[in-house]
Design a protein around this ligand. Structure first.
Ligand code: URA
Length: 241
């Protein structure tokens, strides 16, 4: 891997600022001062230091994002703000991408990583990863809908969903709204909204609470993100093994 890319990956800023570090003779590889950022190094063997401090290389990054409404689950877009735009520049250099999609108006848990094989495992239809959502529904949701979800919902395009656990948290008879939680096992486009449409109901608000073993940290404010903890990483690796 190129030295300048390695330094950018490890959080030493843009290629331009990395160039300045190198020009300023701040960077050594195996104790040799380097003048050219284009040289190739082996991140696993070579000891790269900046201002005398050895730096360690991390190939993969994993961030938990509390996605806000109004941003799209993509890496770039000419018109809309993306979830990647919410990351600090230093955290963008490893080229993370969202694992799966949440609609523009959906909030909640989104994993961002540059680990393609972990993402593939989590998104694989064969894995049938549980996803738990909280929603506000227009109208009163009751036993009829709970049973329909339990039996299995057929979407308007004929896709038959796996039985889903729908729980009614509360109903507001005055406002004619229901607060629910639902656990689904697939990741079809607009799936939760379409499942409710299949029982003639409309989702007014949607938030993802969990995906497989990963649970949205309730201390994480909307629009904020953090690296996964060692424990979360362990559980995720175990789950996708
Ligand atoms: N289901 C939806 O309808 N939208 C989402 O963003 C996620 C699941």
């Amino acid at each position: 891997m190129r030295l300048d890319k390695f330094l950018a990956h490890t959080g030493y800023g843009t290629r331009k600022s990395v160039k300045e570090l190198i020009k300023g003779k701040k960077v050594t590889v195996n104790d040799l001062t380097i003048k050219d950022g284009k040289i190739h190094i082996n991140p696993e063997k070579d000891v790269v230091s900046v201002s005398g401090k050895a730096i360690s290389y991390q190939e993969y990054y994993y961030f938990m994002l509390h996605k806000p409404q109004g941003v799209i689950s993509a890496t770039e877009d000419k018109v809309h703000k993306t979830v990647i735009d919410l990351l600090d520049t230093n955290d963008q250099v490893s080229n993370p991408f969202p694992v799966g999609r949440l609609d523009k108006d959906t909030e909640g848990l989104l994993l961002l990583t540059n680990d393609g094989s972990l993402a593939h495992e989590l998104l694989s239809p064969k894995k049938e990863v549980d996803k738990c959502y909280e929603a506000i529904i227009d109208g009163i949701v009751g036993g009829k809908e709970v049973e329909a979800f339990e039996r299995s919902i057929t979407l308007e395009d004929g896709f038959v969903c796996r039985p889903a656990k729908l729980s009614v948290l509360s109903t507001d008879l005055v406002e004619q709204k229901s607060s629910i939680q639902v656990v689904i096992h697939e990741g079809k486009f607009h799936q939760v909204k379409r499942m409710f449409e299949a029982v003639d109901k409309k989702v007014l608000y949607l938030k993802r609470l969990s995906m497989g073993p990963l649970v949205l940290d309730d201390e994480l404010k909307i629009g904020h993100y953090r690296p996964l903890t060692v424990n979360e990483m362990k559980e995720l690796k175990e789950f996708t093994k």
